[in-house]
Ligand binder design. Structure first.
Ligand code: ZN
Ligand code: ZN
Length: 120
């Protein structure tokens, strides 16, 4: 079982084992809601994703996107986009073992920060 959760531990989740696509997203909404240069997402079927402790806060971040985060510590946990039916995107760095799920693609590279490629 793949396990993860927020920084403060109020919210925990599991993901059924599987081979999942992992993608770096460089869109401006991911950047702003995480306050990081980009967000790495694990793309998981909704049926494989389970909250096992706590209830996330919900943010409707766009017409199609809903983001889930911890209301106590603010950790971004998941995003559901209605244009991708049956899929939940899980923040790879809220996993307990993000090292095990390296990204293989990048999306929204048109809004990638220009200094990212040459940053230390
Ligand atoms: Zn938390
Ligand atoms: Zn994004």
């Amino acid at each position: 079982m793949i396990e993860g959760g927020c920084f403060c531990g109020n919210i925990r989740y599991t993901v059924d084992p599987g081979d999942y696509l992992v993608a770096n997203c460089h869109c401006s909404m991911c950047r702003k809601t995480s306050a990081a240069a980009f967000v790495t997402w694990v793309v998981v079927p909704e049926s494989a994703f389970h909250y096992v402790k706590g209830e996330p806060q919900i943010l409707n971040s766009s017409e199609h996107g809903t983001r889930y985060f911890c209301s106590s510590c603010g950790t971004p946990l998941a995003c559901i986009n209605t244009t991708h039916q049956g899929i939940v995107d899980v923040t790879s760095c809220s996993l307990d073992a993000p090292e095990d799920y390296p990204p293989t693609i990048a999306v929204h590279e048109d809004t990638r920060l220009s200094w990212l490629a040459r940053s230390p």
